[in-house]
Design a protein around this ligand. Structure first.
Ligand code: NAD
Length: 497
């Protein structure tokens, strides 16, 4: 720990000198030399200064990505791309502690959490390495004249615009980079203004692994400037966007400039349903961490907890005790389980929801305040539990993206289903029960892209993850994700041969 922290002090990203965009394989300053500060949310201190990208920077990056797409990269075989991904896997593995530390300093998640994603990210890279041959087309039977041959061809879609949030950029970027590198596309990535460091560093490592310059470009900056320009750019073929539903709507509007195809991974308000027959020793910590992990800054956070009325009071008591024992603090400390919120803005937003819940008559069972003392300069909120919540209250309807749990009692499975589905979102959800028939009723009945039974937040890159309704569309990972990076063409060949 001591050694790692010491080496970070000397990390070139953590200095007064502003970092540039990574375009065509080179770090370069923004066209108008504007910069913005990156703040460590655990201390409120500036740790880096980054280029504030504008439409011209985006244009340069898109041009670089287009040139790379038309260049030798286009002729790399699936095996060459696969070998590259294996080299990338080894380099990311070698540098993972450094990447995890950058991410912790950048967005606040405890080091124990950022480091724990090593296995998942390496598996994700391996998954996409297995997908490089999944880009082939097919020969199809047809009902046409005997001399007609029909094919479905698939080819890389071109320049991808990747826009990602701050709550886990090490993960979010790989859902895009994996597809880009597996298929032979190129990309301009726009990380969130609150957490760009790991994205820039990974782009450098990709070059070290032998990726041709211009295949992966990174433009840092604000969403309404660089992000908007990327979503609108007429030479970007597709957008892979992960972020809030509100921004997703703006991205849809901007993408109409040239009818880009979109992948949209948006917000959520996921239901977590505990039946009286559940194993409560598993359900209590499971439901608590479903909402408190990453201090609630998780898209599929189980922020609406439906508890069968028979066990409601006992469950509230147990989950409150669990929440009170969680150690909140600076993520560099080894025993810390929950870090700060990412920014002052996010802190104000979460405290606003807590106040609204009190005003609407929800019962505050635990937490509910910003943490002071040694944590006063950071953006820390105590794990917060409201009970006696109604589904119509603001805290039960809107995505908070903070460590705030709403507990809502229910009487039977039909009512649980009705309440769970009374939301515009459809991202995740879980059910805790020992009954197979109850579990399957929920599996079939809950309108969400992902559903867990007696567990929460398990994701395998080979299986995939995605949402439905206002949580977006498209599945990241799984056997079909590469389709999102490929064009298809029907070919009819008559009388040759
Ligand atoms: P956000 O929507 O504010 O920002 C996401 C990204 O979009 C950032 O890079 C931002 O700079 C950019 N952006 C902002 N305005 C833009 C515009 N007008 N045009 C183009 N880009 C723009 O989201 P956030 O606060 O960074 O992240 C939290 C949200 O992300 C939550 O809603 C969470 O549920 C969602 N999320 C979803 C998933 C998923 O897989 N479904 C995963 C992680 C996070």
């Amino acid at each position: 720990m001591q050694t790692n922290t010491q080496s970070l002090i000397d990390h070139p990203f953590l200095s007064e000198a502003p970092k540039g965009h990574l375009i065509s394989g080179r770090m370069m300053p923004g066209q108008d030399n504007q910069v913005f500060d990156t703040v460590n949310p655990a201390t409120g201190k500036t740790i880096a200064r980054l280029a504030r990208g504008n439409a011209e920077d985006i244009n340069s990056a898109v041009n670089a990505a287009r040139v790379a797409f038309e260049g030798p990269w286009r002729n790399w075989t699936p095996y060459q791309r696969q070998a590259l991904l294996y080299r990338v896997h080894d380099l990311i593995d070698k540098h993972f502690d450094e990447l995890a530390l950058l991410e912790t300093l950048d967005m606040g998640a405890p080091l124990s959490r950022t480091k724990a994603f090593r296995g998942f990210i390496l598996q994700t890279i391996l998954h996409y390495a297995t997908q490089t041959s999944n880009t082939a087309g097919e020969t199809l039977p047809n009902s046409l004249s005997g001399s007609m041959t029909t094919l479905n061809l698939r080819s890389p879609a071109g320049v991808i615009g990747g826009i990602i949030p701050w709550n886990g950029p090490l993960i979010s970027q790989w859902w895009i980079l994996g597809g880009v590198l597996a298929t032979g596309c190129t990309v301009v990535l726009k990380p969130a203004e609150d957490a760009s460091l790991s994205v820039l560093r990974v782009a450098e490592l990709l070059l070290e692994a032998g990726l041709p310059e211009g295949v992966v470009n990174v433009v840092t900056g604000y969403g309404h400037e660089a992000g908007e320009a990327l979503a609108r750019h007429p030479d970007v073929d597709r957008i892979a966007f992960t972020g809030s539903t509100a921004t997703g709507r703006k991205v849809i509007e901007a993408s109409t400039s040239n009818i880009k195809r979109l992948q949209l991974e948006l917000g959520g308000k996921s239901p977590d349903i505990v039946f009286a027959d559940a194993d409560l020793d598993a359900a209590v910590p499971g439901a608590a961490m479903a909402v408190f992990s990453n201090s609630g800054q998780v898209c599929y956070a189980g922020s609406r907890l439906f508890v069968e009325r028979k066990i409601h009071d006992e469950f509230v008591e147990r989950i409150v005790a669990f929440g009170r024992n969680l150690k909140v603090g600076n993520g560099l400390e080894s025993d810390v389980q929950l870090g700060p919120l990412v920014s002052q803005k996010q802190l104000s937003r979460v405290l606003g929801y807590i106040e609204a819940a009190r005003d609407e008559g929800a019962v505050l069972s635990s937490g509910g305040e910003q943490l002071g003392g040694v944590l006063a300069n950071g953006y820390f909120v105590a794990p917060t539990i409201f009970s006696s919540v109604h589904n119509e209250m603001k805290i039960a309807r809107e995505e908070i993206f903070g460590p705030v749990l709403s507990i809502i009692p229910f009487d039977d499975a039909d009512q649980a289903l009705r309440l769970a589905n009374a939301t515009e979102y459809g991202l995740g959800g879980a059910v805790w029960t020992r009954s197979l028939s109850t579990a399957m009723k929920m599996v079939h009945g809950i309108r969400s892209g992902t559903l867990w039974v007696n567990c929460y937040g398990v994701i395998d890159p080979a299986v995939g993850f995605g949402g439905t309704r206002a949580s977006g569309y498209g599945v990241k990972g799984g056997p079909h994700h590469v389709d999102a990076f490929l064009d298809r063409k029907s070919v009819y060949i008559n009388g040759l041969g």
